[in-house]
Design a protein around this ligand. Structure first.
Ligand SMILES: Cc1cc2nc3c(=O)[nH]c(=O)nc-3n(C[C@H](O)[C@H](O)[C@H](O)COP(=O)(O)OP(=O)(O)OC[C@H]3O[C@@H](n4cnc5c(N)ncnc54)[C@H](O)[C@@H]3O)c2cc1C
Length: 395
């Protein structure tokens, strides 16, 4: 009987469990997580903070799911090292052995810039269910919340805080919002939307310090400006969690380096999800986690059975009244690309399609889900749009 160990219990890990079980009904599957909860999708954490979901509704897979999958979940068991040659898994309290192959699916960790005063009370990051519970409680007790970071997560978090009676201000050190997904014009349309929702955004504010004695009372910029707030959440991006791989002598670049089969530098040790980097590419989104996990799982069960050929990244932001999707290339760097843009300031809509040699390679849709689906379809199918350029945003 084959035997597999999966380290991590996020979407990459649970996708791999399902896939291994489908392809190998008899095998042994052990899953190790450093958390105390079963699997929950991280986007649900925003709903949990906004009180649109309870904890029970946030956890998608409780103990029963692992029973159904005939997998063993080891909770609160941080893995500190693996031994690639013997496929041994060493946790803070136990050692497990006898595996044929291992999957590292330990996700990413919040990136926190080296601000002064990070250890003060009421300074948070958002990654786990426990982080979300802490932020929800702290929001209820605070007068004003400062969210540092103008990416998708920062904005979704601010909107959730607003829903439960908070008064958030989003602070970013650059002039635009969602720099990874939007161009400057799209960012302005989004700013107008947020203004209508009563969410303040402060741009060009270079936070360097958390102000206050033992508790946060605000943030300070390099030039001495101050934004007051008794709760500070830092949402300035994530980095691949590479510590376990480093401890285990596995090659790491920005993420854990994997080949086209998701195998790491160690034979029989695979990696998937936010923690892995493939051909210099990395994305911290669910489609990346699920597609890399499927390929890794197939190769764990049947060696050399599947290769990865990348994804077209796609992001969505859905907060009250805002429906934003960005896919592929949105802000092309050079003149090789053509773009079609349609904007209506009154309706608050903004659509953009990016093409290369008449083929759709990316786009933005703000304000209309049907247009978003259309753009995503064109990009995913790599459609030649020469004949429909004029009417490309119409039904
Ligand atoms: C609030 C929030 C909202 C998001 N919304 C979206 C969205 O709308 N769309 C989207 O595409 N993406 C979204 N993301 C990003 C998305 O959640 C991640 O890309 C995805 O979770 C990555 O999956 P993963 O399985 O690779 O890693 P993770 O989900 O991070 O899972 C890693 C797992 O490994 C465990 N672990 C870590 N270290 C160890 C260790 N040493 N030993 C044992 N276990 C360990 C962790 O506890 C966790 O169970 C969001 C993220 C957050 C935080």
């Amino acid at each position: 009987m084959s035997s597999f160990a999966i380290i991590g219990n996020g979407v990459a890990a649970t996708t791999a469990v399902r896939e291994i079980r489908k392809q190998s009904p008899e095998s042994k599957i052990d899953v190790f997580t450093d958390e105390r909860h079963g699997y929950y999708p991280r986007p649900y954490l925003i709903d949990l903070i906004a009180e649109k979901r309870t904890i029970e509704e946030t956890i998608r897979y409780d103990a029963n799911w692992y029973l159904e999958q005939d997998a063993t979940l080891f909770r609160s068991k941080p893995v500190t090292q693996i031994e690639p040659a013997s496929k041994r898994v060493i946790t803070t309290s136990t050692t497990h052995q006898g595996y044929d192959s291992l999957l590292i699916a330990v996700g990413s960790v919040p990136f926190v810039p080296p601000f002064e005063g990070l250890s003060k009370k009421n300074v948070h990051v958002i990654r786990t269910l426990d982080d979300a519970l802490d932020i929800k409680e702290a929001t209820k007790e605070s007068g004003r919340e400062v969210v540092v970071g103008g990416g998708i997560l920062g904005i979704e978090l601010a909107a959730a805080m607003k829903e439960i009676g908070g008064d958030p201000v989003v602070v970013t050190n650059i002039d635009t919002l969602l720099p990874m997904q939007l161009d400057a014009r799209g960012s302005n349309v989004l700013l107008a939307h947020l203004g209508r929702l009563g969410i303040e955004v402060l741009r060009g504010f270079n936070c360097v310090k958390i102000d206050g004695e033992s508790k946060a009372t605000g943030i300070l910029s390099g030039s001495g400006e101050r934004v007051a707030g008794d709760l500070v959440v830092i949402a300035t991006g994530v980095r691949s969690n590479v510590q376990l791989a480093k401890n285990s002598g596995i090659a790491v670049k920005r993420g854990i380096d994997v080949d086209d089969r998701m195998q790491t530098s160690a034979s029989g040790v695979f990696a998937a999800g936010d923690c892995c980097e493939w051909r210099g590419q990395w994305f911290g989104i669910i489609p990346w986690a699920t597609s890399t996990a499927r390929v890794a799982a197939s190769n764990m069960v049947v060696p050399h059975s599947e290769t990865f050929d990348g994804i077209t990244p796609s992001n969505t932001l859905q907060v009250a009244g805002i429906d934003l999707t960005s896919v592929g290339i949105t802000d092309p760097p050079s003149g090789e690309y053509e773009t079609v843009v349609e904007a209506d300031d009154e309706k608050g809509t903004y659509f953009k399609l990016v093409m290369k040699d008449h083929v759709a390679v990316g786009g933005i849709s703000l304000g209309d889900r049907r247009v978003a689906m259309r753009i995503r379809g064109l990009v995913n199918k790599k459609m030649d749009v020469s004949d429909i350029t004029e009417s490309v945003f119409e039904d």
